[in-house]
Design a protein around this ligand. Structure first.
Ligand code: G4P
Length: 198
């Protein structure tokens, strides 16, 4: 997705060979126009899949998730990472380990929002090692609902998440695939697999 790649090049800050900071458009301040275009793109890619609900995870999955929900005309559920005062009964949970933070968190979704007949699109902002994505899939699989695939805004293809999900047979649509962040530069994998050097 060209607009997203341009934004990453213009506004992204390479913090290390592993971490890209996009706080000014995705992770802290949010660019609504960019999110709208991201939502449209996910909706177009999954238009034939009869999606009935989107599942994402707080906090940075919510903006792209909601925009995809708007264009697919379906509700959006976000998994919680913290216990909620009002969300206490009948929870579906999964443990998610973060390699980055070296901690395990329990994520949860209320049972009432996912039905066995649902066809779910899972959305997230980053795909790194895929642990959050796996946790979300685990939650859906506990309900008997089906997973149409994953919609990822930025996939760090040099980490293991994409390979893990694809090896399990899941469809993974990533709008920007980063091959490397070495030497302070962003190198994308183009859709036609040519490598583009900045
Ligand atoms: P994983 O789920 O793919 O295994 O990812 P990991 O544990 O490594 O990531 C933990 C958090 O860091 C997640 O957000 C993830 O989206 C984010 N993250 C991973 N790599 C990058 C990166 O290169 N740049 C940025 N900006 N974020 C990255 P989180 O802590 O759950 O945050 P939030 O959703 O509340 O914003």
């Amino acid at each position: 997705m060209e607009l997203l790649k341009q934004m990453i090049l213009e506004k992204g800050i390479v913090l290390s060979k592993d971490v890209l900071k996009v706080d000014s458009v995705i992770n802290h301040q949010v660019d609504p126009f960019l999110m709208q275009e991201i939502g449209k793109e996910f909706a177009a890619r999954y238009s034939e899949e009869n999606i009935s609900k989107i599942l994402t995870i707080e906090s940075s999955g919510i903006a792209p998730g909601v925009m995809a929900g708007l264009y697919l005309n379906v509700p959006v559920i976000f998994a919680r990472k913290r216990k909620s005062l009002t969300l206490v009964d009948d929870l579906l949970t999964a443990s998610v380990y973060s390699f980055t933070k070296n901690e395990t968190k329990e994520i949860s979704v209320s049972k009432q929002y996912v039905q066995p007949e649902d066809r779910i699109l899972i959305i997230d902002d980053f795909l790194a090692n895929g642990q959050a994505a796996q946790g979300l899939a685990e939650i859906v699989n506990k309900t008997g609902a089906s997973i149409a695939g994953f919609g990822i805004v930025i996939e760090k293809a040099f980490q293991t998440g994409g390979k893990l999900l694809r090896s399990q047979g899941y469809r993974v649509e990533s709008l920007a695939k980063i091959q490397s962040l070495k030497n302070g530069t962003v190198q994308f994998i183009e859709d036609n697999l040519e490598v583009y050097n900045i």
